[in-house]
Unconditional design. Structure first.
Length: 348
């Protein structure tokens, strides 16, 4: 991206996942797998966060939240994130996120937030009854990123608009307070083959952990049998697969399954159609089921092993939070000074 101002800033990656239920294949292919891929790039520092404060913007049960936080952390580790190489932590342990989130509530404009499509989707028809937190969610997300002056953010395609807002907030802060380049204009890292994985029941809707139908998604915690069953039941059409991508244009469900295959196999949709073009779903679905089981069920097995010892996960998150807070605190001190506030930051 040409106007990314990362020059004076350390190359730092930040991304987060909400503990709002089981992680899906969409979260994995769109985000977490990319976190792991960046792990061995020593040109970056890396922070990966369970964004638990975002999870309370919609109805939730406190008793379930704690284990959901542990589950997301377990999914990170089971997918290959190593706490020795990346900082893994949960957001509510580092108060600087909430502090900067409030400041950004005062920087962002109502008109900007009114344009956010995710709020419209999540609030649905009941906008008047949505929490103020859900509305201001993108400001807290901007704070999550900028409190570390992160320069790169690996996310799925659905977060693109929020990242543009993050850049707008950074730019406005830098301009309004005459501190050029104070915050970097961060760059999204969106995977080419798996930017948006769609529901197995509706190829026009995003695969989502909060979809009421469990058959709409593959959860990372699903057993091998359940994964195979969900793929067998995935909605398709009666036609054989086409031999090129153009042939998928009006076939959202077929396009989604081919995209999942390509992403899991580490290849392109063209290559998948080169092999399966002209063949029906009776051939394709069993091959996709085998591939998905091979790649995903070991993650589920490891998650089950890890969540059986939540204290161990908690120790990793607490240690990560100390490291994250140490990075955020001096930046917050500069923020307070820039704004003429006397907060200065004496606490974590
Ligand atoms: N279907 C998807 N395809 C590709 N990427 C996806 N992501 C989510 N769904 C897909 C990416 O996963 C990361 C974490 O997302 P999140 O949990 O913070 O929030 P979300 O985008 O709202 O994900 P869900 O699954 O739809 O959660 P709920 O149902 O709780 O709202 C992000 O990088 C996202 O792009």
């Amino acid at each position: 991206m040409s106007n990314t101002s990362t020059t004076r800033h350390t190359r730092r990656v930040f991304s987060g996942v909400q503990p709002t239920g089981n992680l899906t294949l969409g979260n994995y292919l769109g985000a977490v797998r990319n976190f792991v891929a960046l792990q061995d790039d020593d040109s970056f520092e890396r922070l990966y966060c369970v964004v638990d404060m975002h999870a309370i913007t919609q109805p939730f049960k406190p008793i379930e939240l704690k284990s959901a936080i542990h589950e997301v952390a377990a999914a990170f580790i089971a997918s290959g994130l190593d706490p020795a190489k990346s900082i893994l932590f949960n957001q509510s342990r580092v108060s600087a996120h909430a502090e900067l989130g409030w400041i950004f509530n005062c920087v962002a404009r109502m008109g900007w937030l009114n344009r956010m499509t995710q709020f419209k989707e999540k609030a649905g028809k009941n906008k008047e009854n949505a929490s103020v937190g859900l509305y201001a969610y993108p400001n807290l997300m901007a704070a999550d990123i900028l409190v570390y002056r992160a320069t790169h953010v690996p996310v799925g395609d659905d977060q693109k608009q929020h990242l543009e807002l993050t850049r707008d907030i950074a730019q406005k802060f830098n301009n309004d307070f005459e501190v050029p380049d104070f915050f970097p204009l961060c760059e999204p890292l969106i995977p080419a083959e798996s930017a948006r994985i769609m529901s197995l029941r509706d190829g026009t809707a995003k695969m989502s952990k909060s979809d009421p139908s469990d058959n709409s998604r593959i959860n990372l915690s699903d057993t091998a049998d359940l994964i195979a069953q969900k793929i067998r039941k995935a909605k398709t059409d009666p036609e054989p697969l086409p031999s090129d991508i153009e042939g998928l244009a009006e076939r959202p469900e077929a396009r989604n399954l081919v995209g999942i295959f390509a992403a899991l196999a580490g290849t392109t949709q063209d290559a998948v159609l080169g092999e399966y073009g002209g063949r029906g779903f009776g051939d394709f679905k069993p091959a996709l089921a085998d591939l998905t089981v091979e790649k995903i069920s070991p993650i589920g097995d490891e998650m089950r092993r890890l969540t059986a010892a939540p204290d161990h996960i908690d120790a990793i998150l607490a240690e990560g939070a100390d490291r994250a807070a140490a990075l955020a605190r001096p930046i917050m001190t500069e923020v307070y000074e820039t704004l003429g506030l006397l907060g200065g930051g004496t606490t974590g």
